[in-house]
Design a protein around this ligand. Structure first.
Ligand SMILES: O=c1ccn([C@H]2C[C@H](O)[C@@H](COP(=O)(O)OP(=O)(O)OP(=O)(O)O)O2)c(=O)[nH]1
Ligand SMILES: [Mg+2]
Length: 146
């Protein structure tokens, strides 16, 4: 299944791409005038130069890349980030350095991946009673270890 997503690219980078035939995520690249160095535990907003128009009923989820996480300790603070269908601003990535050393991001680096997914909007029906179930209010590990 394929849908069309309109995109404006104000960066010098190629458009987001699927790295392999069946990749779920489109890799997003940093668009920077100069490299950015993050100290340990520092966070920053990295621009992409991309502006998108998703079809109604679709969102984009911005997720970390595992290679960056394991090699450099770089991840996304708000993962998964949400890009709304009605958002027309620049897509930006909230990167945090969870390693003990400074980490540098260069323009063109693939810093995140973006999954396009359908969503539902629901109507909230306010009631005073919910249906009974065997689980009831049990949760947070109440079924034990095995
Ligand atoms: O990682 C992200 C997350 C969000 N956004 C943009 C697109 C999204 O549609 C908008 C709002 O995001 P969100 O709803 O997560 O933030 P909020 O704090 O609820 O802001 P708002 O009140 O603008 O919805 O910001 C990004 O560019 N990158
Ligand atoms: Mg919001």
């Amino acid at each position: 299944m394929s849908i069309t997503v309109k995109i404006i690219n104000q960066s010098n980078n190629p458009l987001p791409e699927y790295a392999t035939a069946s990749s779920a995520g489109l890799d997003l690249r940093a668009f920077l005038e100069a490299p950015v160095t993050l100290q340990s535990l520092e966070r920053t907003l990295i621009p992409t130069g991309l502006f998108m128009e998703l079809p109604e009923g679709y969102e984009a989820q911005v997720r970390p890349r595992s290679g960056l996480a394991i090699k450099q300790g770089l991840t996304l603070l708000n993962t998964p980030g949400t890009i709304d269908a009605d958002y027309r601003g620049e897509i930006k990535i909230i990167v945090i350095n969870l390693s003990n050393e400074p980490q540098t991001i260069h323009s063109g680096d693939r810093i995140a991946q973006m999954i396009i997914a359908p969503y539902l909007q629901v109507h909230m029906l306010e009631v005073t009673l919910l249906t009974d179930t065997t689980r009831g209010s049990g949760g947070f590990g109440h079924t034990g270890k095995s």
